[in-house]
Design a protein around this ligand. Sequence first.
Ligand code: SAM
Ligand code: SF4
Length: 367
Amino acid sequence: MRGHVPDSPDSHGPPTKIAPRKSGGPPQMSICDRFDRPLRNLRLSVTDRCNLRCSYCMPEENYTWLPREDILDFEEISSLVDRFLELGVSRLRLTGGEPLLRKNLHRLVAMLSPKPGLEDLALTTNAVLLAEQAQELKDAGLGRVTVSLDTLRRDRFEKLTRRPDLDQVLRGIDALEPAGFEGTKIDTVVIRNVNDDELIDLIEYGKRVQAEVRFIEYMDVGGATDWSFERVVSRREMLDTIAEHYGELQSVESGSAPADRYRLPDGTVIGVISSTTEPFCGSCDRSRLTADGRWYQCLYGREGVNLCKPLRDGASNEELQSILRSTWTQRDARGAEDRLRQAARGAYLMPEDLRADPHMEMHTRGG
Ligand code: SAM
Ligand code: SF4
């Protein structure tokens, strides 16, 4: 079955378009959506819980959590991942919530990492628990780690995350290189008057720990109920600040979407992800699977496809494939572009929307 994409059984849907996998290799194909965007990147949220409370993601005191009995076990995740791989997914990112809170995450990594067709297995983490897990994750076959870190100042970290754990995070980052990880990235959400004065400090820190720093525009997604356009620091502004300090930046052609990458005069490469002011919907090949098996085709999408139910009801592999195929081939979402067109733009969601459907939360959807 691998490498073969059967015709869509959904006679009302568009014909199934297929695209070769990016990196060549065996002749496996990705199905494409209505805008020819392949099904390639899957973000797999393994828990909706988190040990930090970042102000742009989890600003509330109380949350509606996913029912525990709905959370997919590792066998169920592995089985769904097989179906995605058969239809073209080749890049998988474990996320959350905080993925390192999921007990025995390294066992899931060991189940996923040898799967044929999987070209990249990565993790996005806040790194609070990374020091103690880095080696077992590497040994289990994890490829790369991205750490989210918004500030290097202890007082600011505590204010931003409502937890006093900066030292643990830094220890976690320090554990990556000895464990054998390469290609580490540090992702920083930049918010005006919060941490926009730390771009240079973070770049210098990235050089010291050999990690590529990527600055992310503040997005109006999930729990960002305090979002406003005034608080967004645009890619243009960030690049001006960086160039003012280091000198002229050179664009690096082989950028790994969604980041635009630039080389500083000393050779250091940094990235900027301008999801808010210059969305990359046109080339978005990402989708997201929540810890309870809801599949979302757009970060802004309100309706997810429940894959847990058919899986637990005993659907065959072909039936699950058919659900994935007919959903993806009909995908026409361009959520960030749609938001950009809205004239009077405030926060996308209010706390009551998030309480009514926690799947709208970034910490449920995986960022
Ligand atoms: N807890 C892990 C972490 O923070 O790395 C993984 C989950 S977190 C939801 C994934 C990413 O989403 C993080 O890099 C976080 O900074 C980002 N994120 C959350 N809310 C955001 C927002 N409003 N704007 C931009 N990025 C956001
Ligand atoms: Fe912060 Fe990630 Fe937790 Fe959200 S899920 S509160 S971004 S650490």
